[in-house]
Structure formats: structure tokens, C-alpha cells
Design a protein around this ligand. Structure first.
Ligand code: GSH
Length: 206
């Protein structure tokens, strides 16, 4: 890969961390550009014109082109490496977990972490406050589904670490910051330790 890689990101974001972790595991150098979403730095006309019209990080810059959506950026980096299964079924199964993460996991677990740790409960709108129990239930349902799937399995797909594990690790391992009790999910906590033990593992704020 010869293009210069620049990750437009915010360190605390799990969506950004996925990409840093993918690059670290693959020993790919990437440059970092930090933004503060709480100050609206990804909503400026300049950012939306040049980096992401959707006004969000992460965005992976590849030369002079930009890949938005965290899981697409991870996929860009990992194609052709052991993180992406060659087997056709396992490849699709890996994508299944990555799509599931964005629909059933991240909107619940990451959002509660953001609301409770960054926005703060007293600054939430009434609508957001009403959504907390719904997101709590949906987040626990997602963790339970992972826990059941990991019963008797080391990895989400096949028999080695794939992007499915990397993308789901990002917000799962910090779910306690969103008020989730990870200790209830023994297979998930064992899996978290397996991911942490990988060569070249990078911590979220490391
Ligand atoms: N589906 C997107 C979600 C991106 C996203 O929601 N980014 C958040 C930070 S994790 C953000 O930039 N929020 C700032 C804003 O919406 O203004 C992805 O996976 O990259």
C-alpha cells in the first residue's frame, strides 16, 4: 500500500479506535488528525466539504481520497491479510457481524457510553433520557447474543481473529462506561482478553 494514510479521528471514539487497532495489528503506519466532536469540529463547512459530507469522524484519508464509515475503513486496510477470511462463507459471516455491529450494537452501547461519559446525564434532552432504558435493553440483548455465540468458540468467525472481532471489540470492551455489566457475559470477557493478548495489540487511548 503506497498511499499516505491519514486517520481523521478523535482518540476516545471506539469507531476511530477500530481503525487504529486494525492498522496496529497489521503494522501499518497511519498519521492521526485529532478533532473534538463536542466542539463541533466535524461540522464545519470546511470539514464537510473536504473530509466527510456527513460531518463525522472517523474518516480514513488514502492519498487524496476519503473513506468514511469505520468498518469500511477497517476493510480497506485489512483486505488481503489474515484479518479477512478467504473462505467465501466466512468472509460473508465477517461482514454480517460488522453490519450487525453498526445496527444492533454500536447505536446502543456506544451511544450510552457517549451520553453518560461525555454529554452527561443532566445535559441530555428529554427524548434522549427516554431512550436510555430502550438502549440499555437493546445493548444487553446484543451482549447476550455475542456471549451465546462465543460459547465454545474463541472467535466470532472461524478459528482465528478477524475484522469481526476487531470491529466488535472497540465498543464492547468499554461497555462498562455506558453502564453495562460486562461481568454478566463470561464468554465475552474471556474473548476480550484473547483480543488484548494479540501481538501488536493497541489500547484505546494508547
Ligand atoms: N457509522 C459511522 C458512525 C460515525 C459517528 O457516529 N461518529 C461520531 C463519533 S463516534 C461523530 O463523529 N459524531 C459527531 C457528530 O455527529 O457531530 C462509523 O462507523 O464511522
Amino acid at each position: 500500500m503506497s498511499d499516505r494514510l491519514i486517520l481523521h479521528e478523535q482518540m476516545e471514539s471506539g469507531n476511530c479506535y477500530k481503525i487504529r487497532l486494525t492498522a496496529a495489528l497489521l503494522e501499518m503506519p497511519i498519521e492521526l488528525r485529532e478533532y473534538d466532536i463536542t466542539k463541533g469540529e466535524t461540522r464545519t463547512p470546511e470539514f464537510m466539504r473536504t473530509v466527510n459530507a456527513n460531518g463525522r469522524i472517523p474518516t480514513l484519508q488514502v492519498g487524496d481520497r476519503f473513506i468514511t464509515e469505520s468498518n469500511a475503513a477497517c476493510y480497506y486496510l485489512a483486505q488481503g491479510t489474515p484479518l479477512v477470511p478467504e473462505d467465501r462463507f466466512e468472509h460473508a459471516d465477517m461482514l454480517r457481524w460488522m453490519f450487525w455491529e453498526q445496527y444492533s450494537h454500536e447505536p446502543n452501547i456506544a451511544t450510552l457510553r457517549f451520553w453518560l461519559c461525555w454529554v452527561d446525564i443532566e445535559n441530555l434532552t428529554d427524548v434522549q433520557r427516554l431512550q436510555i432504558p430502550l438502549k440499555r435493553d437493546a445493548g444487553n440483548a446484543a451482549l447476550k447474543l455475542m456471549d451465546e455465540h462465543l460459547n465454545g468458540r474463541e472467535w466470532l468467525v472461524g478459528n482465528h481473529l478477524t475484522l469481526a472481532d476487531v470491529c466488535l471489540f472497540a465498543y464492547t470492551h468499554v461497555a462498562d462506561a455506558g453502564g453495562f455489566e460486562l461481568g454478566r457475559y463470561r464468554n465475552v470477557t474471556a474473548w476480550i482478553e484473547r483480543v488484548r493478548a494479540q501481538p501488536n495489540f493497541l489500547a484505546i487511548e494508547g
